[in-house]
Design a protein around this ligand. Sequence first.
Ligand code: CAA
Length: 253
Amino acid sequence: MSYEFIDIKVEDGIAVVSLNRPKALNALNKDMVLELDRAFDELAVDASVKAVVITGEKNFAAGADISNMLTLSPEEAKEFSFRHTFNKIEDLPKPVIAAISGFALGGGLELALACDIRIAAPNAKLGFPEINLGIFPGAGGTQRLPRLIGPSWAKEMIYTGDIITAGKAAEYGLVDLAESPLEEALTLAGKLAAKAPVALKLAKQCINLAADVDQKKGIEFEAVAWASTFATEDQREGMKAFTEKRKAVFKGK
Ligand code: CAA
């Protein structure tokens, strides 16, 4: 499928989704987010794709496109919110890594927060400047940020709207730092692509669930999910390979 505002390349089991609206610093307009939505539907069912990296060449994304939002009514604003697509990305049954250079602001940072792991260049700048527009993050930011870095730092970022350095974001635990985030993300994605996909998918579900349910319920869910890996060929292969002192070759079955 061809897209106007994103590019997708799949190589060696890794899909690289590049945001491609450089003149607007990759600001996310409605069509771009619809393209991401369709792309993630396809990536979810494409068995050749084992891991996904989201990136942008000079910038990750400088937020939702403000020009799309100037005159929205509250009903239209609810419709415009990117939450359904970002939830879909968070729920993708495969690992998703954000490789961040330049700006990751507002909706752009919310997109990164929907990913499993964020790797940022030292020059990256992150923040939620929405408060300066008379709004606040509306695509998962107020929910995912405090869960990731704690409510105090999350409130400081969201209330002030300050743009912080990648170094500060790393201190918060919001990102990992790398000189070349895309290279680092591809190396990590390659490593993950060789793991047992069903076990990875279930581990992701369990970890994501931990944000939503109390610990005992989470542990019960984990037990069921964990036990179900014993119905896979990959569990047999992984343990057999250990006893035979060789590297396991997983098939995703
Ligand atoms: N929406 C629309 N256009 C944007 C944009 C955005 N979020 N961010 C940047 N652009 C456009 C600029 O309008 C400009 O376009 P023109 O050349 O046509 O004028 C172009 O990108 C380059 O931007 P600047 O000239 O402003 O570049 P700069 O280096 O001087 O500043 C910046 C960079 C600090 C990121 C600045 O562009 C900026 O403050 N952008 C807005 C950031 C923001 O407020 N993001 C939150 C949006 S709201 C949101 O995301 C809601 C939500 O929760 C879903």
